[in-house]
Design a protein. Structure first.
Length: 475
């Protein structure tokens, strides 16, 4: 395992030196990870918690790290000695990977000595922001396709790690396979892929290229048919080779379209394959696909069974950054919680103070999610009693819940520096994501003009927030 302790911004370490000098380095602090609203965010799929947990488990400065920090000439020797002994000793509460989450909800909370809690900010945001972004994009693409999406983006990812962990996140979001062989090995997920246009171009004719591939893979023959002319040569040559395979006792898998008018070509190709007796062969489409194009193709009646999605998935092309933040929520003095708040002229940037919990309400009859509720730690909701919730800004927007159930959205991930939840298999995480999505009405998940899902504050948290806003006004 790589030691990523120096995967941080310099100001985390300079603040650490300052905390050390002011004897604040071991003061207990609580930081929340959450993301703010964005016009493109309807919902998000939490991911990256596993890599964040691995990082915390392995947190330590080795001799080379300390030597490098010493070479910068800005840190004291007693501080460097302290860092050389540093391990993560804090607590973490987090949502499970695959959880459906919304703006402002604390999805990963670190409670630890100040220096530790501050130091880990950058790396934790790196892991969670990236994978949550890609898992969310994948979920939207997979919802549009209705399934059968393969992640094909490694060559377009912003670097190797983005390609590998992007593939992991895409599987959480609902993809059924990846072209990334390293990710397949690392995460035990299906890999898929057949040929590129260069294969076809490297033979004297398209027919000879198809025959050669069929000889190598007679039981998994899927041919790329758009190198020269899809309907005049590609599909007819594929059918010819499929007939030869069938005569040898093998059934072909299908064809792939990578360019052109995919709706028109897929319908024509489907008719040609069916007429030739290959009704069960699949048609796979690829080529700069995203959820909007997939929806359009389906509305046009495209005959596409599986989808290979690359660039626009692995880069989340329409929103290339999630913008999750890591904000101080509280410190402790003499064992007493001191809530902290960040103010701003922009309402959306005012943080929710104090140590918090978040739960989800479900309608008891339908099992569908009604709203999420952020409250102060220690608060309890009695589902046997009516509960009135309100919008945290437009407080006149209210509703009273009855006949509902309650579920805590988070679990303890670390206690006292010890990890208490083991890594879950990726297939289990993906299944959890699918199950949780089924509890949301389509109106909240649709891509076009979705309803805004309610995330409200408890009376006690709202009152604390208003009190702190008033107390800091004018400072």
């Amino acid at each position: 395992m790589r030691n990523l302790t120096l995967l941080t911004d310099l100001y985390q370490l300079t603040m650490g030196q300052g905390y050390f000098n002011e004897d604040k380095h071991e003061q207990r602090a609580v930081f929340d990870v959450f993301f703010r609203p964005n016009r493109l965010i309807t919902y998000s799929v939490a991911a990256g918690m596993e890599q964040a947990a691995e990082y915390l488990e392995n947190l330590h400065f080795d001799a080379d790290d300390i030597a490098y920090l010493r070479s910068l000439g800005i840190f004291s020797e007693d501080y460097l000695a302290y860092l050389s002994r540093l391990r993560f000793t804090g607590d973490v509460r987090a949502v499970r990977e695959g959880e459906i989450v919304f703006p402002y909800e604390p999805i990963f909370t670190v409670s630890a000595p100040m220096l530790e809690a501050q130091l880990v900010e950058t790396a934790i945001l790196t892991f969670i922001n990236h994978q949550t972004l890609i898992a969310s994009k994948a979920a939207k693409i997979c919802a549009a396709a209705g399934g059968g999406v393969m992640e094909f983006g490694l060559r377009r990812a912003q670097g190797a790690d983005a390609g590998v962990y992007g593939a992991r996140a895409a599987m959480i979001g609902g993809c059924v396979g990846t072209s990334n062989v390293y990710a397949g090995k690392l995460f035990h997920v299906p890999v898929s892929g057949t040929m590129a246009h260069s294969w076809v171009m490297n033979f004297p004719s398209e027919l000879e290229a198809f025959r050669a591939y069929a000889r190598s893979f007679p039981n998994g023959c899927l041919l790329l048919v758009d190198t020269y002319d899809t309907l005049k040569s590609g599909v007819p040559n594929a059918i010819r080779v499929f007939r030869e395979l069938r005569e040898q006792g093998h059934e072909p898998l299908g064809i792939r379209l990578d360019s052109g008018d995919l709706a028109y070509l897929s319908k024509k190709a489907r008719a040609m394959l069916d007429e030739a007796g290959f009704e069960k062969t699949v048609i796979c489409a690829s080529g700069d696909l995203d959820e909007a194009l997939i929806l359009s193709l389906k509305e046009q009646g495209a005959c596409i069974d599986t989808w290979g999605v690359g660039t626009k998935l692995i880069t989340s092309a329409d929103m290339p950054a999630l913008g999750g933040v890591y904000k101080l929520a509280a410190v402790y003095e003499d064992g007493k919680e001191i809530p902290k708040i960040k103010l701003s002229d922009t309402t959306e940037k005012i943080t929710n103070p104090g140590v918090k919990e978040v739960c989800r309400f479900y309608d008891k009859k339908t099992g569908k999610a009604i709203a999420d509720y952020i409250m102060r730690a220690g608060e309890k909701v009695d589902p046997e009693k009516p509960l009135t919730i309100f919008h945290p800004v437009d407080t006149w927007k209210r509703m009273t819940l009855e006949n509902f159930t309650v579920r805590d959205l988070r679990e303890d991930l670390f206690r006292g520096g010890k990890r208490i939840v083991s890594a879950r298999p990726l297939a289990e995480i993906a299944a959890y994501r699918a199950e949780e999505m089924s509890h949301f009405w389509e109106e909240y998940l649709r891509l076009d003009m979705p309803h805004i899902y309610k995330v409200d504050l408890s009376d006690a948290l709202y009152a604390l927030k208003q009190q702190l806003v008033e107390s800091h006004r004018g400072l």
